[in-house]
Design a protein around this ligand. Structure first.
Ligand code: NAP
Length: 284
């Protein structure tokens, strides 16, 4: 059986670093503070905010405040509120629950977020800096993959890496992060021809598809490193994009779902928030 790349020890290592930083801030009278912004009702996003972020953040000493808007909030009102949050130096980072209302999504209102408080790396400024390889906030899930690879000392330099999925929050930024680390990256998507041929060729295969058990035994090869980003709920159970049971004996290394990338992602968000605190301190 392949080596299971558990997310827990990676998360624990990051958590230790996060707690140490929080203690230092505490001695200076600073409590890191995240503002979660929500528009209308959004049960799925709310569950994410409550379960992973708020619970974990409260446990480690990060304050979480909320700003809720009605579904029919206008773009102008929303922009004004984001500007106020930008000026408020007690708010260090802002997390916008997506999707927003239909209208605000259409207007891409989340892009009006201050890049200095954009702890999810979703603004054009942060994405642009990521593209050119400058220091910036990295989107949390792609960065979680990098943290996992680093923890297990898996270098991607010069390797054939195949990323299945090209979303702007996961597949694309991750591909750039891997390219910036000198991987030879192939990005696949729903229009890719001969997908199986490409995934089988990879030394490192990343699945960010959003389809339960999409990657089966015929799509992987012996010795391969398989990173499963997928989080799909099937009959009330969380399953990945990779058919773990089917491929685990064939590949060299594999992340489980749950217990793989997901648990690292919240820690990356906390690390980003602490970077935002540093930026805030430098400004004031
Ligand atoms: P998404 O926006 O739906 O993107 C899915 C990508 O997969 C698209 O690029 C799509 O291609 C591609 N795709 C779909 N069907 C395909 C097929 N048959 N063959 C090849 N490519 C195909 O999803 P996402 O937001 O990137 O999320 C991906 C997965 O990661 C989901 O399971 C999500 O729940 C999970 N996720 C996990 C975390 C975490 O912390 N672990 C965080 C975020 C997301 P096209 O572009 O051509 O449509």
């Amino acid at each position: 059986m392949g080596v299971i790349l558990e997310g827990k020890p990676v998360a624990e290592k990051l958590e230790k670093e996060i707690k140490e930083k929080i203690e230092i801030y505490k001695t200076k009278g600073i409590i890191p503070n995240l503002c979660i912004v929500k528009v209308g009702e959004n049960e799925e996003a709310e569950a994410y905010a409550k379960e992973s972020t708020t619970r974990f953040f409260s446990r480690i000493g990060i304050n979480v405040e909320r700003k809720n808007f009605a579904e029919n909030v206008s773009l102008l009102e929303f922009q004004k509120a984001l500007k106020e949050l930008e000026k408020n130096n007690k708010v260090h980072g802002i997390l916008i629950l997506r999707p927003l209302s239909e209208e605000l999504e259409r207007q891409k209102a989340f892009r009006f977020l201050s890049p200095d408080k954009d702890v999810e790396g979703i603004t054009y400024e942060n994405l642009g800096k990521l593209f050119v390889g400058e220091k910036c906030f990295h989107p949390c899930t792609p960065q979680a993959v990098i943290e996992l690879l680093d923890f297990y000392k898996i270098s991607v330099e010069g390797k054939d890496v195949v990323v299945v999925g090209r979303s702007i929050s996961v597949g694309k930024p991750l591909s750039i992060l891997l390219l910036n680390r000198n991987a030879t990256v192939t990005i696949c998507h729903s229009k890719t021809k001969n997908l199986e041929e490409l995934t089988r060729r990879a030394e490192v295969l990343v699945a960010a598809v959003g389809r339960p058990h999409f990657i089966g035994k015929d799509m992987v090869k012996e010795g391969q490193v398989v990173i499963d980003i997928g989080t799909n709920v099937v009959e009330g159970k969380l399953v990945g994009d990779v058919n773990f049971e089917e491929v685990k004996d064939k590949v060299g290394y594999i992340t489980p779902v749950p217990g793989g990338i997901g648990i690292i992602t919240t820690r990356v968000l906390a690390m980003n928030l602490l970077k935002a605190v540093e930026k805030n301190e430098a400004r004031n």
